[in-house]
Design a protein around this ligand. Structure first.
Ligand code: ATP
Ligand code: MG
Length: 425
């Protein structure tokens, strides 16, 4: 039997309610803040990610699914994240020509060659936001606030916001020298990746997952001590505005994004209920990226949330939301079954959810299925009802029932909706 590939999984109907809840909640909150959805391709030229994420990162260095196109000329990569493609699209479609800021969001599958475990897959899904065209600290805070609002609306608890500033290129250059000078004497004790990064990308050593390296990094000089006055001001303003909004944070001096086009704010939202894969949302400012990818000098900030991790958290909190019908339609006999099919369609057209029993089996069996379906009411059509164009309406919770003309049933939409809403409470 052919099985799904390692690191991929099926999202079955019993779980999909969580996904729909996340998508719907995020869409509502993003729409209220006038973010527009953007849909970009799932594969792009490899060079987009090499330039847009950076060759010195794990994602580009070790995790990309890259292959050559059939023609044999173009190197193609399945997107490992959303920002690079959105920024490419922003530049290619000249969205900057519209002036002002672009507030964009996306959702979809991402691909990274990783070691699969709970909350870490090879095909995974993100919801992401990009706010392009503003350098204001308020933009950073708006982006963070939208993220926290989504997480709150989902009912998630035990979340914490870690934040840091990586300043501008000049600040980082100064900091890199101080950091390397501090780390050099410990070189032999660092993990292999970190030793390698000492020359290529020393900032990334700070977020090494190796225990010993983390210990050494604890006492390293802090990047905020290398910030220029204006970078420091940006950071302080962001922190003050977060406080104004009642959003708690901790400064994490080891939270960095090591590449030149990442600037100022870097942040992560973590959960205490997820074990090792604790980060549900990661983001930051990327004032240099649009220019790096060939666009005009444009400041921006964005974040991405891992949907699998949100589902894991929701599963700890609530049952999967299920879509139960308003009406379960039971029928038996050729004429009755034909009328039931028509009636189910008409009821749906007036806004009800209706499940039609297709079995033609004995009424008793159909009634059992009606109960299992979770429907609010059952509609029964037999030969007698078919003859005089009526239907038997039975409220499943109370067992109360009455015969009613089909045409009349279709005319009492509001009354039925109110009753169903009450019974669903
Ligand atoms: P991690 O440190 O967990 O590998 P990351 O820094 O690689 O995370 P980002 O690139 O910032 O993650 O992606 C944003 C979010 O996407 C993460 O916080 C996480 O919730 C989710 N995510 C990233 N990689 C995966 C994956 N392989 N499987 C599931 N979710 C993921
Ligand atoms: Mg990763």
């Amino acid at each position: 039997m052919i099985q799904a590939l390692r690191g991929t999984r099926d999202i079955l109907p019993e779980e999909v309610g969580y996904w729909q809840l996340i998508e719907q909640t995020a869409r509502e909150i993003l729409t209220k803040a006038v973010y527009q959805e953007i849909r970009v391709p799932i594969f792009e030229q490899t060079s987009l990610f090499e330039r847009g994420i950076g060759e010195a990162t794990d994602v580009v260095g070790k995790e990309m699914y890259t292959f050559t196109s059939r023609g044999g000329k173009t190197s193609i990569t399945l997107r490992p994240e959303g920002t690079a493609g959105v920024v490419r699209s922003y530049i290619q479609n000249k969205l900057h020509a519209q002036g002002g800021v672009q507030r964009l969001w996306y959702t979809g599958a991402m691909f990274r060659y990783e070691r699969p475990q709970a909350g870490r897959q090879r095909q995974f899904h993100q919801i992401g936001l990009e706010l392009i065209g503003s350098d204001a600290p308020r933009a950073d805070v708006e982006a963070i606030a939208v993220a926290t609002e989504i997480l709150q609306a989902l009912g998630l608890k035990n979340l914490s916001l870690d934040i840091n500033s990586v300043g501008r290129g000049e600040d980082r250059q100064k900091y890199k020298e101080a950091l390397v000078a501090y780390l050099e004497p410990y070189k032999a004790e660092l993990d292999e990746d970190s030793r390698d990064r000492l020359t290529r990308n020393p900032l990334r050593i700070l977020d090494s997952k190796d225990r010993k390296t983390q210990e050494i990094a604890q006492d390293a000089p802090k990047i905020i001590d290398s910030l220029s006055d204006s970078s420091k001001r940006h950071f302080d303003t962001v922190l003050n505005l977060l406080t104004d909004l009642g959003i708690d944070y901790q400064i994490d001096h080891c939270l960095v994004r090591g590449l030149d086009y990442y600037t100022h704010t870097a942040f992560e939202i973590k959960s205490n209920d997820l074990g090792a894969q604790a980060t549900v949302c990661g983001g930051g400012r990327y004032d240099g990226l649009v220019a790096e990818l060939g666009g005009p000098d444009t400041q921006a900030i964005g974040w991405a949330m891992g949907m699998e991790r949100l589902v894991l958290l929701l599963q700890q909190l609530t049952e999967s939301p299920v879509n139960t019908p308003d009406f379960y339609l039971v029928s038996r006999g050729a004429v009755a079954e034909a009328q039931a099919l028509l009636l189910s369609q008409k009821l749906r057209q007036t806004g009800f959810t209706v499940e039609l029993d297709l079995s033609s089996s004995a009424f008793g069996k159909q009634f059992k299925r009606a109960d299992r379906s979770g429907a609010v009411a059952c509609l029964v059509l037999g030969d007698a009802e078919a003859d005089n164009k009526t239907v038997n309406l039975k409220w499943l919770a109370s067992g109360e029932q009455k015969a009613i003309a089909q045409a009349e049933l279709l005319g009492m939409t509001e009354e039925l909706k109110t009753r169903i809403a009450e019974l669903r409470q």
